[in-house]
Design a protein around this ligand. Structure first.
Ligand code: HMG
Ligand code: MG
Length: 420
């Protein structure tokens, strides 16, 4: 959404802006012409751009130049704005409730605890959360309660008369965007059944369906029991069905249901060894052709270094724009943050991470946890980049899930700031 010039004079636009939660994904640039009409409250995620950068509208940049002053978020214009200070806003996709939990050995995390975990992540300002996976419970037992998780989230939404607010946080506004992993039509139908508005049927609470493939033939076989070509056929069937749902009135809350694609083993495969960047680019291109709005590049076993990550990204960028990509780094060799930095240098501003550094794939031998969201935030905020996520509240979510799992956090930042 881009709002320019004099339209901001209209108070109704101002009111609308203050009642929605703006997603970093769709980065919004609000361009003031008439400053006298700008004295209203904004949610913290709204980015304000000065006249000097309006030509940057398409490049997902926001400005830290339009400083907010006062205690209640009232924005004051800063005439000394300069385009050199423009910083991107980073979209964090919190994968803790899915990738973070899927690799945990029994006992299974209860649905109640998963819902509380998600609630705390939302409270921290995580605007994109992967809340579960509709995969075979025989393959991934920890995801077996995903239907109940969606139903619980839907019940919360209905109870709280969306947009939902948290009693203890006046700034928190509407709910996060929820995504779920789906490997085939069976998984999709289950997700739609659980996440739909019960009175209307349909997809209600789900904002994004994530399909997941890989650049390695052997990993695809071991992870989803198909060849790469077969997996593409399954994805096509999923996407066709999603389009069908979109065209019906079942789309209960009228939010577009997006498709996200994952490509795993973008650097190395536990069964095939190194993967050629060209092979990654081919799968990314196929995912985009299928209709994915974004493709997440999974270094599933965390073997990437800045060198191999850069080579892979350069090849992938022959077929995809940076705004269509996300970095999904596991941290096996402690390289995740530097690899993310390489992504930032290439203008990839979407980062998947998991609170407390939980995660891993049971079908990828040697994979350790995802990069910890706390560590990513510490780096990004230190670089002056905004994420919309509150580190302190995120630490609380990490503390909660580690206590539930009875295990220590993997986040260095959490250990330094809030030892537990
Ligand atoms: P399959 O065994 O080939 O499936 O598994 P099938 O079609 O032959 O059916 C066998 C049984 O599974 C049947 O039940 C089906 O009904 C059932 P039965 O008749 O024996 O009672 N079934 C299902 N049950 C629930 N939900 C479903 C479903 N589909 C079939 N959707 C399948 C194929 C894809 C289902 C299986 O391989 C699977 O579930 N794999 C998921 C593996 C997984 O979740 N891995 C982790 C996520 S990927 C990841 O972590 C990487 C990522 O983070 C990025 C990165 O780090 O790189 C995304
Ligand atoms: Mg992963």
């Amino acid at each position: 959404m881009i709002i320019c010039n004099s339209c901001i004079r209209n108070r109704s636009v101002a009111t609308a802006l203050s009642s929605i939660r703006v997603q970093p994904l769709n980065l919004q640039l609000v361009h003031f012409k008439n400053l006298s009409s700008s004295s209203f409250k904004f949610h913290r995620n709204v980015s304000i751009a000065s006249a000097s950068i309006t030509r940057k509208h398409s490049s997902r940049f926001s400005s830290t130049l339009a400083k907010r002053s006062g205690t209640n978020g009232v924005i004051k214009h800063n005439d000394t704005t300069h385009k050199d200070e423009i910083k991107p806003t980073i979209k964090i996709v919190e994968v803790g409730p899915r990738d973070g939990l899927q690799n945990e050995s029994p006992p299974l995390v209860s649905v109640k605890d998963k819902l509380e975990f998600i609630r705390r992540l939302e409270r921290a300002g995580c605007s994109n959360i992967e809340v579960g996976a509709f995969v075979s419970p025989k393959w991934i037992p920890q995801m077996s309660g995903s239907s109940e998780v969606l139903s619980g989230l839907l019940a919360n939404q209905l109870r709280d008369h969306h947009p939902r607010t948290f009693k203890d946080d006046r700034n928190a506004s509407t709910r996060s965007r929820y995504s779920v992993l789906v490997p085939n039509l069976k998984g999709l139908e289950q997700a739609l059944l659980a996440g739909g508005d019960p009175s209307k049927k349909g997809r209600g609470i789900i904002d994004e369906i994530a399909i997941f493939g890989a650049a390695s033939e052997e990993f695809t076989k071991r992870n989803i029991n198909s060849t790469i070509d077969e997996s593409m056929d399954r994805f096509r069937a999923i996407i066709d069905r999603v389009r069908e749902v979109q065209q019906t009135n079942d789309n209960a809350n009228n939010r577009p249901l997006l498709i996200r694609g994952y490509v795993s083993t973008v650097i190395g495969c536990p069964y095939q060894g190194s993967i050629k960047p060209k092979e990654v680019a081919t799968i990314v291109e196929r995912m985009l052709e299928l209709g994915c709005h974004e493709v997440s590049l999974g270094d599933t076993i965390g073997v990437g270094t800045p060198g191999s990550t850069k080579r892979m990204l350069e090849e992938v960028m022959n077929v995809a724009k940076p705004s269509q990509l996300a970095m999904h780094c596991h941290d096996t060799y402690g390289q995740a943050l530097v690899n993310i930095l390489v992504g930032l240098e290439k203008e990839v501003y979407t980062i998947d991470s998991s609170v407390a550094g939980l995660g891993g794939c049971p079908y990828a031998n040697g994979a350790s946890g995802n990069v910890a969201t706390e560590d990513v935030l510490y780096m990004l905020h230190g670089m002056g980049l905004s994420t919309g996520v509150d580190l302190e509240k995120l630490l609380d979510a990490g503390h909660f899930i580690c206590k539930t799992l009875n295990r220590p956090t993997q986040s260095k930042v959490a250990r330094a700031l809030a030892p537990f």
